[in-house]
Design a protein around this ligand. Structure first.
Ligand code: GLU
Length: 466
């Protein structure tokens, strides 16, 4: 039987990194086993589900390249199917109508508490044959009274639940709508899910879901409950620590594969390897090797992994990732086409940028000349440097071959003649004049890439600002 996993988010809030990691593990397991990956939107909480959250989930998954083979299925569109299974269960007696009012159930629980027992529904409607006038019943699952339900969890190991602790679960409300655990069961069954990989906040739902599956004669899937992600302070992950929409990481300039690498490593390891390509992850990931303890989110490490991925990509590939970020800072496609080859700019910046946002900011100067309204520190840096810039222009104009090494020699010579041999004293005003800022990659390589004509044009313009 081929492996099938699913990711089943509720569109009640952001798809944040905890959810993404669960999705990633389910996706990796499916891909590694050559199986299928299903996306299911659990939108039965009508009050809290929003179309925006659904859109953000789909967009986040697409950005991360977590592609699904089937779906998205929406639970709200499967109501007829749930009703059909409810009817079957009523017919076979694995479920029954319960006419107890809330007051009755409350009183029952109160009595049990008074007797020192654990409060639970006592099954008194199990034998009822006649409806009660004027009451719309709920439907309860007839759960086994004794024995135990054992979850052989791939991450948590063997987890035992005493059936006597689990009372008859309501699987449909009095208005006929199915409840959460029931929908999950029917879906996992219909979608032939072999491995349920989900957050360990659902571990306590598992014995009930298994019991219902067994009652339906369905095959029980294998479960793997993934631990939580905590903040760096080991507290519940807060907004400040990354419990934000995954799309925010795109905004911040992270590469999708770097974010996935980071999340894969959060709770899973393979020797001491830190950097994994997507292909590495598919090959090496083992769901059984996931840690059962919660892991702490470390933003510094995410930045480091991102920088590593940026350095390892071919400049052409990285340039493709960079384009939208360049557009966002006003460097349009046509400006890029008119300027130095983007992969060469990327190659120059690759070692220096931790994010695509940083890289776009650094790349901008290659496509947009600093204007008259250049940053404040331009004036400061260029003050009294007119003669020096004129000499630079003269020397560079005379330069026959426009290459970094030759440009370097020119700067060196000018440093001797104009700045007591201090190269920085030439390089810095030159950089500010050309880039409009005090930070850039090495100036010789920067000018080489910018081209002779553009460099000289920028220098001539800068002289007019002094
Ligand atoms: N919809 C549930 C959640 O978002 C997941 C349920 C499941 O994976 O079984 O937490």
């Amino acid at each position: 039987m081929s492996v099938r996993t699913r990711f089943a988010p509720s569109p009640t809030g952001y798809l944040h990194i905890g959810g993404v990691r669960t999705a990633l593990y389910a996706w990796l397991h499916a891909r590694q086993q050559g199986g299928g990956f299903v996306l299911r939107i659990e939108d039965t909480d009508v009050e809290r589900s929003t179309p925006e959250a659904t859109t953000a989930i789909l967009e986040g998954m697409a950005w991360l390249g977590l592609d699904w083979d089937e779906g998205p299925f929406y639970q709200m569109r499967r109501m007829d199917r749930y009703r059909e299974v409810l009817a079957q269960m009523l017919a076979t007696g694995t479920a029954y109508h319960c006419y107890c009012s809330r007051e009755e159930v409350d009183a029952m629980r109160e009595d049990q508490r008074r007797r020192g027992e654990k409060p639970r529904y006592d099954g008194r409607c199990r034998q009822r044959t006649a409806p009660r006038e004027g009451i719309s019943p709920v439907i309860r699952f007839r759960s086994p009274d004794c024995g135990e339900t054992v979850v052989e969890d791939l991450i948590h190991g063997t987890v035992r639940f005493q059936n006597s602790e689990l009372d008859d679960l309501i699987i449909a409300r009095s208005d006929g709508t199915p409840t959460y655990n029931f929908c999950v069961v029917v879906d996992d069954w219909d979608m032939a899910i072999t491995h349920v990989i989900r957050g360990d906040d659902h571990l306590n739902n598992t014995p009930r879901q298994m019991q219902i599956l067994q009652a339906l004669g369905a095959r029980v899937p294998v479960y793997a409950h993934v631990p939580m992600i905590l903040g760096p302070d080991k507290q519940k992950l807060s907004k400040r620590h990354g419990a934000v929409s995954v799309l925010e990481y795109r905004e911040q300039g992270f590469l999708p594969d770097a974010l996935l690498n980071f999340l894969a490593r959060l709770g899973w390891s393979h020797g001491d390897q830190e950097i994994f390509t997507r292909e590495d992850m598919v090959e090496l990931f083992r769901i059984e090797a996931v840690n059962k303890a919660a892991s702490a989110f470390n933003p510094e490490k995410l930045l480091w992994i991102n920088a590593q991925h940026m350095q390892r990509l071919m400049p052409e590939g990285l340039a493709q990732h960079l384009l939208p970020y360049l557009n966002a800072v006003g460097v349009t496609e046509s400006l890029v086409a008119a300027g130095p080859a983007l992969p060469e700019v990327v190659a120059l910046l690759q070692e220096r940028s931790k994010t695509l946002v940083e890289m776009a900011a650094a790349a901008e100067m290659f496509y947009v000349a600093p204007g008259a309204g250049a940053p404040k520190d331009v004036e400061k840096h260029l003050h009294g440097q007119g003669a020096l810039l004129a000499a630079v222009i003269q020397a560079l104009t005379a330069l026959p071959n426009w290459e970094a090494a030759a440009i370097h020699s020119v700067i060196q010579e000018l440093a001797v003649t104009h700045a007591d041999g201090k190269m920085g004293k030439v390089a810095q005003p030159l950089r500010v004049a050309v880039a409009g800022r005090a930070v850039s990659p090495p100036i010789d390589a920067t000018l080489a890439l910018l081209g002779k004509e553009e460099t000289l044009a920028r220098l001539r313009r800068a002289i007019t600002w002094i």
